[in-house]
Structures are given as structure tokens and as C-alpha cells.
Design a protein around this ligand. Structure first.
Ligand SMILES: *Cc1c(COP(=O)(O)O)cnc(C)c1O
Length: 384
């Protein structure tokens, strides 16, 4: 059988990426930031499930010239949109990935002298100079050279013929909560490295420490550049961090009402007999489930139909969510169902779903599976 995928009708569950919102969010961020502060757009994990190409294209239109990724596939996708912009790879690059990084002109993060020497050797053999960043471990306990050993490494890398130190950075473990004491501790450690480098008269490249939480709440930590992932997507990382007026979520998750049915008193619904109708009632069947990244819930959570809340009943399946339609008698088969986003005056936020999932907003955004098609839409609401 030969069927062109483009001729297959779209499935009844999908993700809308509102490009007009995304543009406005970048506008509001650019207006909020100090003029000299640069932005690096973090698009790891397929731009938190929003699509690398969509986000990087709009970021480029807003003058952003550098991207952050965690693997080669993401870098490759950016290169399809932009040949020349800087790409910083977080984490560790394996030796067998170096050639590909050089082909794609990716700046690696270096963490130790052996790693730096290997890079320098590869660059020398190709007669190229590679931009590199050094990450300083100040309290996250993962990548980077420990702060008290950092100046030594930075000084040695500065002497390597085919490496150009383009940035020095660290990453906050807790930047979006009220208690900023640990962020300050990390910041002090970072400053101690800078002081040491100044004493050694080492030229300082771009310095950067902030993710979204730091950008919003730690202006004293901005340095030359901030690395923003979640904020342009319209989601604030916590309930307590500073808000920028006008920023709204870019992603909406939708489905349709595939079937409306009548349960008799005592009828069951769903796997594991988790729900039994207390009386005759109207219910709806929605053709998506945990196979799409929806949390596995039991008689918990809700969806929106015609601007009203419909409670989830029973345990959702891989491809099915069952809802109570008692309060929405006007509901019709194939009505639109909002899983995450707005309908009328009602909103199901990413934070509400994060609570349902027992996780964080980042995980909910990035957790929607790729079997849900991503569709770019432009819903023109009044902006700047
Ligand atoms: C993911 C990540 C960011 C972006 O964090 P947000 O809170 O989404 O802005 C910044 N820096 C590093 C090193 C990261 O891994």
C-alpha cells in the first residue's frame, strides 16, 4: 500500500504552537532586558516539545544569535534553519562526536584539561580554531570544572593554539524560588573565579550564569548573557518568580470528543473498574491518553469542552480519556476538547497538569509525545 502521509487526515489529538504569541513573548523579553544583555536561546529537547525549527526561526527574527543544545541532532536541526549562528553544546561531548561538532561549528563545553587537549588536537589536525566554553561547577554537582580548580584550567586553555575561549559559565540549582541563598553562594563561587582570572591578567570572555529564573530574579547575576529556555515559550518556571506582563503560553494541547454515551446507574468505566456510575449519566470518550504524554490519572483531572470543565472519570488508557459530561449537556460528538490551554474563560495551565503528573512544568511541556502533530497557528491577540 502506498499512501502519502500528507493525504492522511490528521488524527484527533494535536498540539498548536501559537507563533504570534511566541513573537510577542520575545518582544516582551527584549523590552524587559537591559539593552546590552545578550540572549542565548535554549532549544534542547526539541525546544521543550515546541519544535526546534519553529522556536529557532522566531528567535533569529528577534535578533538572537546563539543557541543552546544538548545533542548533535538538535544542532543539526538548527543548522537547517541557520548556517552561521553560534551553537553551544551543554554537557559532555564524546571524542567520537568531535568531528561532527567541528563540521557543524558547534562550540563545546569543556570540563577538564584532557578534554581540552583532545579538542585542540582535533582542531589542529583540521587547521581550524574552535570556539569553546568552560563550565564552572559551583553547586549543581553535575558538569563543569570545580570552581577552585577553574582558573588553572581556563589559563591553560587560553594558551592552546586552536581553541578560542568564547564563554565561561555556571548553572544555578535554585534560581526561581523565594530562597535565593544557594544561588548567592553559587554566584560568590563564580565571582571568586573571575577575581582569580583578573589577578592572573587573563582576558575575560563572555560570562553567563542565568537560566529563566536567574534572568527574572537575579539581575546581579546577568553578566553578559542569559540562557533562556522556558520563558519565550510563555511559561514561568515557578509560582513565585517575577512576572513579565503580557507573556503567555505558546503551546495548547487539543483533542476531540470521539463519542458521547449514556451510562446506567452501576455501569463501570475504564480499566480496573475505577469508576462506577452513581446514577444515569452522560459521558464522553476522548481519543488520547498516556501514550501521548497525558499523566496516568484515576478519577482525577479535567478537560475543557465549550469553555466548561469536564472531570476525568476512571483510569485513562494509552489512547483514551473518559469524562463526565453531566454539566455540559450541549456537548456534541467531535467537539473540540482542550487538554492544556484556554477554552472560553477557563484555563488548564501547564502547572495544573504538572501537579496532576507529580512533576514540573518543564516535564509536562517536553513530555508530550511526538505522535501528537505540532501545528503552527497564528492567533492574533492584541500585543505590544
Ligand atoms: C536548560 C538549561 C537552561 C534553560 O533553563 P530555563 O529555565 O528553561 O530558562 C539554561 N542553561 C542550561 C545549562 C540548561 O541546561
Amino acid at each position: 500500500m502506498t499512501t502519502k502521509s500528507s493525504s492522511i487526515p490528521q488524527r484527533s489529538a494535536w498540539i498548536e504552537i501559537d507563533v504570534s504569541r511566541l513573537k510577542k513573548n520575545f518582544d516582551y523579553i527584549l523590552k524587559d532586558k537591559p539593552p546590552s544583555l545578550n540572549i542565548l536561546s535554549v532549544i534542547k529537547d526539541d525546544a521543550y516539545g515546541h519544535g526546534v525549527k519553529t522556536i529557532s526561526k522566531i528567535a533569529l527574527e528577534h535578533g538572537i544569535r546563539e543557541f543552546g543544545v544538548t545533542n548533535l541532532m538538535e544542532a543539526l536541526e538548527i543548522r537547517e534553519v541557520s548556517k552561521s549562528n553560534k551553537i553551544l553544546m551543554f554537557g559532555c561531548v564524546r571524542d567520537d562526536e568531535i568531528e561532527a561538532c567541528l563540521d557543524l561549528q558547534i562550540s563545546p563545553t569543556l570540563h577538564d584539561i584532557k578534554h581540552a587537549e583532545t579538542w585542540n588536537r582535533y582542531c589542529k589536525s583540521r587547521d581550524v580554531v574552535s570556539n569553546v566554553h568552560i563550565e564552572i561547577e559551583t553547586g549543581m554537582g553535575r558538569y563543569g570544572v570545580r570552581y577552585n580548580e577553574a582558573a588553572e584550567l581556563i589559563s591553560k586553555v587560553g594558551e592552546m593554539s586552536n581553541l578560542k575561549l568564547d564563554g565561561i559559565y555556571t548553572h544555578f540549582a535554585m534560581s526561581d524560588e523565594l530562597d535565593k541563598s544557594f544561588a548567592h553562594k553559587q554566584l560568590n563561587r563564580f565571582h571568586s573565579v573571575i577575581e582569580d582570572l583578573k589577578k592572573r591578567k587573563i582576558h575575560l570572555p563572555e560570562l553567563h550564569t542565568c537560566n529563566t529564573g536567574g534572568f527574572l530574579d537575579l539581575p546581579q547575576a546577568h553578566f553578559d548573557k542569559v540562557r533562556l529556555g522556558i520563558l519565550p515559550l510563555g511559561v514561568f518556571p515557578s509560582k513565585v518568580c517575577r512576572r513579565i506582563e503580557g507573556i503567555e503560553p505558546v503551546m495548547t494541547v487539543k483533542s476531540k470528543l470521539a463519542m458521547i454515551r449514556e451510562l446506567e446507574e452501576g455501569d463501570n468505566a475504564g480499566y480496573g473498574l475505577r469508576f462506577q456510575a452513581p446514577h444515569k449519566m452522560k459521558t464522553g470518550v476522548i481519543p488520547m491518553g498516556y501514550g501521548d504524554g497525558f499523566p496516568r490519572v484515576r478519577n482525577n483531572g479535567r478537560v475543557l469542552i465549550r469553555g466548561k470543565s469536564a472531570q476525568i472519570i476512571g483510569g485513562n488508557a494509552m489512547d483514551t480519556i473518559l469524562v463526565n459530561l453531566e454539566n455540559i449537556p450541549e456537548a456534541q460528538t467531535w467537539d473540540e476538547v482542550v487538554i492544556m490551554g484556554c477554552s472560553g474563560d477557563e484555563t488548564i495551565s501547564v502547572h495544573e497538569l504538572a501537579e496532576l503528573k507529580g512533576s514540573v512544568s518543564y516535564d509536562v511541556l517536553a513530555g508530550w509525545r511526538h505522535r501528537l502533530p505540532r501545528i503552527e497557528v497564528e492567533i492574533n491577540s492584541p500585543g505590544l
